[in-house]
Design a protein around this ligand. Structure first.
Ligand code: HEM
Length: 216
């Protein structure tokens, strides 16, 4: 077995096996990457699938609105809506999983303000990840254009309402900008932990080779 599944006060997380190096630790508060508990495999998988999908969709959204009036742009809009529905489903799955699985605390070496900033940032990321596709989906339902999921027409829930649809698309656009800001700060913080701090925080959300044991 290469990792150990632990339970503490009802929390479930995975603990990497300690490196030999950890025995040489000078301070009881020193943290090595190997001693840092990592996220569960499903949480890591969903994190990176959603990271790739969301970043690609933001790029696609900007591209398609730039070519909106060109012939053939409808294909990109349909693709955007179909992948948007997949993202919304994965975000809900992730949210449900997260509500039942608390991550392990951050290493004790991390300043308290950074722990609070990280919690607030993750909360805002979840809120924006839910709100952004929600506004886009409701806007599409209110639009007079067909709403297809990879060619399959979806039932019309609302009567078309152009003005209301525009309000939802505006909210979709504003939440996208908020998400871009949050993702940029979040990714920079994650990369700082990887490159500068080297404290194992990035590895908590990475597919480690000594990583968690996929036990029952
Ligand atoms: C290069 C891009 C990214 C890097 C390097 C990165 C890195 C990380 C790391 C290291 C963590 C774990 C932090 C911890 O241990 O407490 C994390 C958590 C998280 N990330 Fe990212 N991330 C990236 C992109 C994204 C994107 C695009 C999103 C969503 C739009 C996202 C949403 C989240 C959320 C919500 C959490 C909190 C997980 C939880 O506690 O449930 N990340 N990320």
């Amino acid at each position: 077995m290469c990792g150990e599944k632990s339970r503490r006060s009802g929390l479930i997380f995975y603990q990497l096996p300690p490196f030999k190096k950890a025995e040489k630790m000078q301070s009881p508060y020193a943290i090595t990457p190997a001693a840092t508990p990592v996220y569960a495999p499903l949480a890591i998988l969903l994190h990176w699938i959603l990271a790739v999908l969301i970043i690609s969709m933001i790029a696609l959204g900007w591209f398609m609105t730039a070519i909106e009036d060109d012939p053939g742009s409808a294909w990109y809009f349909r693709l955007h809506k179909s992948i948007g529905l997949i993202i919304a489903g994965l975000v809900l799955l992730r949210l449900v999983w997260r509500l039942g699985h608390q991550p392990a605390p951050l290493p004790a070496s991390i300043a308290r303000w950074q722990v609070s900033a990280s919690k607030a940032g993750h909360g805002l990321l979840y809120a924006a990840m839910v709100a952004m596709p929600f506004f886009g989906i409701v806007g599409s339902m209110l639009s007079d254009k067909d709403f297809l999921f990879f060619g399959i027409p979806l039932p019309r829930v609302f009567q078309p309402n152009h003005d209301l649809a525009e309000i939802f698309f505006e909210a979709h656009s504003v939440t996208t900008w908020i998400l871009v800001g949050l993702i940029s700060l979040h990714a920079l913080a994650g990369l700082k932990h990887l490159v500068i701090d080297k404290d194992g925080v990035f590895q908590r959300m990475w597919f480690s080779r000594q990583g968690p044991h996929h036990g029952p």
